[in-house]
Design a binder for this molecule. Structure first.
Ligand SMILES: [Zn+2]
Length: 403
């Protein structure tokens, strides 16, 4: 078991004049308290407390100062204080909230003073999405956070810690790739090849796909109805509740995906490269929201952090043609029905195959072919069509309502 700590960065998105004013007030009070306690030469928490207690700051900032000032005066031997110290808050000072239905998905609660705090939309570093999911689920521990302004933009840095199991020393070639297909009909499908190279033990989370579609549809129809009635607040809490239910489904499924991987010797989980999907497609605002809505990024991030926790590596591959090619012969086939893949090669034994399983095997095979480490076709249009299967026909009604 190894303990990992990371600093997560969140950019506060366009705070309005009122909130910017509050942030500046917090910073000013903090700087004044820091300077006073430093100039007074406080070397203990008690001494620092006597100074900072007089300031209009939250307990989280005061407690952080009580720890920080003695550090500066005793161990660091700082000669003079600069004016650009970030505002520190002790752990649990900050709160995170995730609202996948909103254009800006993440929110942070920033302590202002004793009884007052600010909820603000925040944009995380996309590379750190897995850590945010872990924090949000309580699977990583939140440490100290720091608030600061850089070139007119406000940022929050949060330290997060989690325990990670040490993985096996198996080389990339010795690993068994498990393809993970995220889709519409089946929320997630996993499959891998056995010692004889035959696809084996496919697992589909199809009921969960139905549940998520139903919840999402309820969200779109019911909240719109509530909004037209002017019940904005009811709509919001009702919406939050539905998205929490979706998140619960996601957490259960991603946990089961990792359990599947644990049952395979020297596994590596192989996922579609989400960055690649995003970069190569001009979805526009609406499709981006759909993509978020379906929770691709969320499922990815949850699988990632849960796999890493268990010492299981995760690789990504370019999603080009993974849903269109036959896993046996490589020929491009078609889908007579949503869940069926039909190979167009007469000489191929496959004929008809479960479409999501076919996709999962193809994703696993991309790892073996070495595509996981390269991006050979950055402008390949096929990936756009692959991604387009996110818009399955059964959801067209809900879609129309979003538009
Ligand atoms: Zn075939």
């Amino acid at each position: 078991m190894t303990e990992f700590t990371k600093t997560l960065e969140l950019k506060l998105v366009a705070p309005n004049a009122h909130k910017r004013q509050k942030l500046r007030e917090t910073r000013e009070a903090y700087q004044n308290a820091l300077h006073d306690a430093f100039d007074a030469g406080c070397t203990t928490q008690t001494e620092a407390n006597d100074v900072v207690v007089n300031y209009d700051l939250s307990g989280y900032a005061k407690n952080a100062l009580k720890k920080y000032v003695p550090q500066l005066t005793t161990t660091d031997n700082a000669g003079e204080l600069h004016d650009d110290h970030p505002v520190r808050f002790t752990n649990e000072g900050l709160r995170l909230d995730h609202k996948p239905e909103n254009a800006i998905e993440w929110y942070v609660k920033i302590p202002h003073h004793e009884d007052y705090h600010l909820w603000m939309p925040a944009q995380p570093n996309p590379e750190q999405r897995d850590w945010l999911e872990a924090l949000n689920a309580g699977d990583a521990e939140m440490g100290e956070s720091r608030l600061f302004e850089r070139d007119g933009t406000w940022f929050i840095h949060v330290t997060a810690t989690r325990d990670v199991e040490d993985g096996s020393e198996a080389s990339a070639e010795e690993r068994t790739p498990i393809g993970v297909d995220i889709g519409e009909a089946s929320l997630v499908t996993v499959c891998h090849r056995d010692d004889h190279s035959s696809p084996t033990a496919p697992e589909l989370w199809a009921d969960e796909g139905k549940t998520v579609r139903r919840l999402r549809k309820t969200y779109f129809t019911a909240t719109r109805r509530l909004q037209t009635r002017g019940s904005e607040r009811i709509a919001e809490s009702f919406g939050d509740d539905l998205w929490n239910q979706i998140d619960d489904v996601f957490h259960r499924v991603t946990r089961e995906v990792v359990e599947y991987a644990e049952s395979v010797e020297n596994p590596v989980l192989v996922l579609d490269d989400l960055t690649y999907i995003r970069e190569s497609m001009d979805y526009g605002e609406y499709m981006n929201r759909r993509l978020h809505g379906w929770g691709f990024a969320k499922l990815h991030a949850q699988i990632r952090y849960k796999a890493v926790e268990k010492g299981i590596p995760v690789e990504t591959v370019t999603p080009r043609n993974t849903s269109k090619e036959c896993h046996a012969c490589g020929e491009v086939g078609h889908r007579p029905r949503q869940a069926t893949f039909k190979c167009s090669n007469d000489a191929c034994w496959v004929g008809e195959y479960q479409a999501d399983v076919n996709g999962a095997v193809n994703i696993a095979d991309r790892y073996l072919s070495g595509e996981s480490r390269s991006r050979e076709h950055p402008n390949d249009d096929d990936s756009a069509e692959d991604g387009a299967r996110l818009t399955a026909p059964q959801d067209s009604q809900a879609d129309a309502e979003v538009q």
